[in-house]
Write a protein that binds this ligand. Structure first.
Ligand SMILES: Cc1cc2nc3c(=O)[nH]c(=O)nc-3n(C[C@H](O)[C@H](O)[C@H](O)COP(=O)(O)OP(=O)(O)OC[C@H]3O[C@@H](n4cnc5c(N)ncnc54)[C@H](O)[C@@H]3O)c2cc1C
Length: 359
């Protein structure tokens, strides 16, 4: 599947191997800084093509294979763009063009201090007063939160008895009066990405800041997750292959032949192949505009567990060598795969619901 992109895949692999040096990956991980120069370079070389989701998926996989911190950092400036692409108005789509060109950085803010899994339970409000919406509340763990120019924000616009019906999405300019972002530090992994908590204090939004229709926000975000979970599965696949690369080199360099090592190598390789098939299969439905959320959730849940298993295997097999930066960074980066865009528990609830609904 997706063999037609082999040439593109090779180009991304070359870019990652050349640009994501161990020194650079370790430095940004240690400093917890966003690699903006790398973002600009990846744009100028046409590494990311947001108009083609298959290319995005392949780029994510290949970049994360070399280093997930840098790989995710250069692929997240567009985070949330699909909501605008699918439901935005002309003005919002013009802003999106500038995001694609690298003029602006985008983010998407759903999670709140009270929790991220229960999307329908969120507390941020954007109540209508005259021809304005007044945004109040706070968001937590928002990628690009302190560096974004615009954010897609999910907020409650009515107290509809059905909590799914009262939510709407807005495109919020982070220069708006009443916006405040506080960068979070000391993360376990993906430390080259920017993560922030946000406060909205009486931010005035215009009617044309509303994305799509009022009251449809919950459904827009669920559709977005159908896409973004494929990308997390691709991040996981890349991390797992990166861990396998380290295991293979170690086995060959040290001429290791014992059966336990061969069994572990074989298990990791098998999990990776299953993740690849599940991810590409779910993606092929999605990219034909026929998403199958249960297949997407399977790829995301299984893929993230594979990333953690492969990273743990690298740590265990390389022994004391694994405590140095390269492998322990893979291990730290892998864990977030099981958390963002829906924890493994949430993915498993989605899968179970679909199984029970089926014949
Ligand atoms: C580095 C980082 C970047 C992030 N970037 C973004 C971003 O850009 N935008 C954004 O909106 N969010 C972002 N998030 C938030 C992320 O999506 C949430 O952390 C995630 O959705 C889980 O929410 P929570 O942490 O509030 O956990 P909670 O929802 O409080 O869940 C806590 C635990 O309870 C379990 N649980 C919850 N509900 C159920 C249930 N019904 N059944 C069984 N178990 C359940 C969960 O699986 C989890 O183990 C980011 C998080 C991190 C760490």
């Amino acid at each position: 599947m997706f063999e037609e992109y082999d040439e593109y895949r090779n180009k991304i692999r070359e870019f990652a191997l050349k640009e994501f040096t161990e020194e650079m990956a370790a430095e940004y991980d240690r400093k917890e800084e966003y690699p903006d120069e790398l973002r600009k370079k990846s744009l100028s070389l046409g590494i990311i093509d947001m108009q083609n989701p298959a290319k995005v998926m392949i780029a994510i996989e290949e970049l994360c294979r070399v280093d997930a911190g840098l790989g995710i950092a250069v692929t997240t400036p567009y985070f949330g763009s699909e909501v605008i692409m699918l439901f935005g108005n002309d003005r919002q789509k013009e802003i999106l063009q500038d995001v694609y060109k690298g003029k602006y950085i985008l983010g998407l803010a759903v999670t709140e201090p009270s929790g991220g899994s229960d999307v329908a339970g969120l507390k941020t409000t954007a109540m209508k007063q005259g021809n304005k919406y007044i945004l109040n509340g706070s968001k937590m763990f928002i990628t690009n939160g302190a560096i974004a120019d615009y954010l897609v924000v999910l907020a409650r616009t009515s107290e509809d008895p059905n909590p799914h019906h009262g939510l709407s999405t807005f495109l919020v300019n982070t220069k708006s009066k009443g916006f405040n972002a506080n960068k979070l530090v000391d993360k376990l992994g993906v430390r080259a990405t920017n993560t922030a908590e946000l406060q909205f204090n009486n931010i005035e939004l215009n009617e044309d800041d509303l994305i799509g229709e009022e009251g449809k926000g919950f459904y827009y975000i669920m559709m977005f997750f159908n896409i973004s979970r494929i990308y997390v599965a691709a991040q996981s696949l890349g991390i797992a292959i990166g861990a396998l690369d380290r295991i293979k080199s170690y086995i060959k360099e040290n001429d290791i032949k014992d059966e336990d090592s061969m069994f572990r190598l074989s298990d990791v390789g098998t999990h990776i192949e299953a993740t690849r098939q599940m991810t590409y299969n779910a993606a092929s439905y999605l990219f034909e505009f026929k998403p199958k959320p249960e297949l997407t959730s399977m790829a995301k849940a299984y893929g993230s567990e594979t990333a953690v298993y492969a990273a743990e295997s690298a740590m265990e097999m390389l022994g004391d060598k694994s405590l140095y930066e390269d492998v322990q960074r893979i291990f730290r980066n892998a864990k977030i795969m099981e958390i963002w865009e829906g924890t493994s528990e949430i993915e498993k609830l989605v899968i179970a619901r679909y199984i029970l609904k089926g014949e």
